[in-house]
Design a protein around this ligand. Structure first.
Ligand code: PEP
Length: 250
């Protein structure tokens, strides 16, 4: 059994002013949380605030970008490359968030390519997958998340620097959190998929985190599920209750 350190990510999405960002960081810096041996904490501000947050944030927490370009940088106006993140000392990147899949038409294959390229440049990746309400209601949850995971697995060989974020689309930003049983069922199936299609060691060691309306009140019960290895938090990561979510690691 390889132990999976609890992982809590905060996805700030397209939010914040300089003043708001400084306030969130100071709240985090003052918080008493379990040690880095117990929980890994990563916050993901918009690109323009990455260096500010990195410079102010306590050294036991880390930063993630919310996206990066699929290949080497160059003539891609408006994009930010993996090389640039590495150059700035940003260790993590979120890839394949459902908002980008839905609003910017990022396909499974494109997401797989992005994960592979980011890893090749030395970034660590929070790779997001998840089904829509329609897909869940039609009984295709597992086939959807398996296809999303396969598109990543097809492009990478080393999972050491990957955290898989299961985020049902119907639960993101809706206040409709998955029940602990619903989350556990999919996480368990995903681990089984990894075991059968990638390898038993990868299945045992890869963190599978849950995202979708996690807050200070519902995190504890979700965290108690055996295959829930942490959270990716949107709305609540902008609020002081993010500290309570970090504390659910213990
Ligand atoms: C997210 O965007 O990754 C997310 C889980 O959002 P929220 O917590 O607001 O549902």
């Amino acid at each position: 059994f390889m132990s999976r350190k609890f992982f809590v990510g905060g996805n700030w999405k397209c939010n914040g002013t300089t003043e708001e960002v400084k306030k969130i960081v100071s709240t985090l810096n003052e918080a008493e949380v379990p040690s880095h041996d117990v929980v890994e904490v990563v916050v993901s501000p918009p690109f323009v605030f990455l260096t500010l947050v990195k410079s102010l944030l306590r050294s036991d927490f880390h930063v993630a970008a919310q996206n990066c370009w699929v290949r080497k940088g160059g003539a891609f106006t408006g994009e930010v490359s993996a090389e640039m993140l590495v150059n700035l000392g940003i260790p993590w990147v979120i890839i394949g968030h459902s908002e980008r899949r839905a609003l910017l038409n990022e396909s499974n294959e494109f997401v797989g390519d992005k994960v592979a390229y980011a890893l090749s440049q030395g970034l660590k990746v929070i790779a997001c997958i998840g089904e829509t309400l329609e897909q869940r209601e039609s009984g295709s949850t597992m086939s959807v998340v398996a296809a999303q995971t396969k598109a990543i697995a097809d492009k990478i060989t080393n999972w050491d620097n990957v955290v898989l974020a299961y985020e049902p689309v119907w639960a993101i930003g809706t206040g409709k959190v998955a029940t602990p049983a619903q989350a556990q069922e999919v996480h368990c199936e995903l681990r089984k998929w990894l075991s059968e299609n990638v390898g038993a060691d990868v299945a045992a060691s890869t963190r599978i985190i849950y995202g979708g309306s996690v807050n200070g009140a519902n995190c504890q019960e979700l965290a108690g599920q055996p295959d829930v290895d942490g959270f990716l938090v949107g709305g609540a990561s902008l609020k002081p209750e993010f500290v309570d979510i970090i504390k659910s690691a213990t």
